[in-house]
Write a protein that binds this ligand. Structure first.
Ligand code: DQA
Length: 147
């Protein structure tokens, strides 16, 4: 079982970016955490970060035939990108949406997610733990659908 993890814009700055909101954990640490959790779940994890919407769209298309599910923190594109939403709908791979912060506790413009309607579900507000929980939930859902 192979999972594609996508990190959207500005998540490369984690650790130094608004630590009051996002904490001190770095993207490398999150990827290592996912790698380890992947071993526990016997799932292979491939992670990609991009600040470019089209690269994320291409990565979603490229997941077809290579990965069985997508774990995505689309960052600010969560709230703006119909293109990423359509890409996920287009490949129809099981997808889980995650956010470090609780987007519903923050500014109004973060309350709407274009991804949510094409995701199995969303985990928001648990910092790096959101990713681990998201990976567990995604792998569970894929395995359930395979049996
Ligand atoms: C975020 C929340 C988004 O609103 C924001 O633009 C981000 C990070 C999160 O993980 O909490 O870049 O997706």
């Amino acid at each position: 079982l192979s999972i594609l993890v996508l990190h959207g814009p500005n998540l490369n700055l984690l650790g130094q970016r608004e630590p009051g909101v996002y904490g001190s954990v770095t993207l490398d640490e999150i990827n290592r955490l996912l790698e380890k959790e992947g071993q526990v779940l016997t799932a292979e994890v491939t992670a990609l970060q991009s600040n470019h919407e089209g690269i994320l769209v291409d990565a979603i298309h490229g997941a077809l035939g290579r990965h069985q599910g997508i774990l995505i923190n689309a960052g600010a594109y969560t709230h703006t990108s119909v293109a990423i939403r359509d890409a996920i709908a287009g490949v129809a791979l099981p997808t889980v949406e995650v956010h470090l912060s609780n987007i519903y506790k923050r500014e109004e413009f973060r309350h709407h997610s274009w991804i949510a309607s094409v995701a199995i579900g969303q985990i928001s507000g648990f910092g790096a733990e959101s990713y681990r929980l998201g990976l567990q939930a995604l792998v569970n859902e894929i395995r359930k659908s395979q049996t």
